[in-house]
Write a protein that binds this ligand. Structure first.
Ligand code: Z5A
Length: 211
């Protein structure tokens, strides 16, 4: 595998989409070819599954179904898009990946994380992101930012405590894997957040060049 696999994670309104542009810019300046994508989604089938997962048509969906659909979308995404791009030397920039399953289905819904780990091994083998930017901020602040936009999706309709568990699960992942997961204080003004992202990305690029 030649390219690098970078993911952005965080609770609602953390600024992942906003900051994706900053990451892309640093990589483009460094002359990297990029595939920008997202989960759930990233392929025609994955985007259809995204509609089912985020829409309100299946509000009472069982948590097992939700987790399996997330991984079904991920299997398609990996095989059809992510792995071919990495093999061709592209840098893959993905808005959410499996950490979101641990945070939302594991932390938020309280599912047994061993189940998530089994699916992770089955679907991904040993493929893991090389770098993850965890955009962290207080739940109230994130929801306030997200609330400025259109009507809430099925996840955004969850209670505050749900997102607090999601946030704590993300922070635990970062504690367990500090080499890969870099916490960005997303509560700061955008200019500061962008500067921190640039610094993390430049240090990651330097490290890759030295390897
Ligand atoms: N999900 C799951 O449960 N399990 C899984 O395995 C996966 C996903 C992969 C879809 O995610 C849902 O799927 C998600 C988890 C679940 N749950 N939800 N909801 P998504 O990523 O598509 O949707 P999202 O999390 O709702 O994204 P978002 O709300 O668009 O958040 P964001 O991209 O992090 O925020 P943003 O759009 O960049 O910024 C929000 C607003 O804040 C916007 O107006 C910005 O201008 C503003 N902003 C951003 N940064 C700042 C700063 N620093 N200061 C001031 N204002 C700012």
């Amino acid at each position: 595998m030649q390219g690098s696999f970078i993911t952005l994670e965080g609770i609602e309104g953390a600024g992942k989409s906003t900051c994706m542009a900053e990451v892309r810019q640093v990589l483009e300046t460094a002359g990297k070819a990029i595939l920008e994508t997202r989960e759930p989604g990233g392929t025609p089938l994955g985007e259809d599954l995204r509609q089912l997962l985020l829409g309100h048509r299946h509000t009472g969906m069982h948590e097992d179904t939700e987790l399996l659909l997330m991984f079904a979308a991920r299997a398609e995404h990996l095989q059809q898009k992510i792995l071919p791009a990495l093999r061709s030397g592209k840098w893959v920039l993905c808005d959410r990946f499996t950490d979101a399953s641990y945070a939302y289905q594991g932390g938020g819904r309280g599912m047994d994380t061993r189940r998530i780990a089994e699916l992770e091994t089955w679907v991904q083998g040993d493929v893991r992101p090389h770098l993850t930017l965890l955009m962290d901020l207080p739940v109230e602040q994130g929801l306030e930012r997200a609330g400025r936009r259109s009507s809430p999706d099925r996840f955004e309709s969850e209670a505050l405590e749900f997102f607090e568990r999601v946030r704590q699960a993300y922070l635990e992942i970062a504690r367990q894997d500090p080499g890969r997961v870099k916490i960005i204080d997303a509560s700061r003004p955008l200019q500061e957040v962008r500067a921190r992202i640039r610094a993390v990305m430049e240090s990651f690029l330097e490290q890759q060049d030295n390897d």
